[in-house]
Design a protein. Sequence first.
Length: 135
Amino acid sequence: AAPLAPTPPSPFRSAITEYIVLNESRIARPPVLANFSGPRQATARVELRLADLDRVPLVTAAVTEWLAAHADVNKALPYGASLAGLTPWSISVGVTAHTTPAGSRRFSAFQGDMCKRVLAAVEEAGAECAWPPAR
C-alpha cells in the first residue's frame, strides 16, 4: 500500500481557532450571569370581590409601602400597587416593581415574597379574593 499523502491544512481549522480566541471573553462572563446584573420586572395580580371595592386603597397602600421599604426594589424605576381593572365578578389589583441588580440574583425569592405580601395585605384589609362564578 502506498503511503498516505500529507493532508493540507484546513482553512476551517484556523477559522475555528480564531473564533475560540476571539470569543474567549465569553468564558469569563457567561450570558446567564449577565442576565442577572440588571433590573428585572416583577408583577402580580389579585382579584378581589366587588363588595371589597372600598378596601382596595388599604390593600394598595400596604403593598406600595412594603415595596418602598424593600431593599431589592429599584426606586429609580416605577413600582407600586393600584386598581388595575374591573370584571363582572371582581376587582383587579395589580402590583409591579423592578429589582435592583443585586435583587435580580434573588428574583424568584423576591417575587414569592411580593405575592405573599399582597395576600397578607388583602387579609389585613378585611377583603377577600374573588373566584369566578360557577357556570
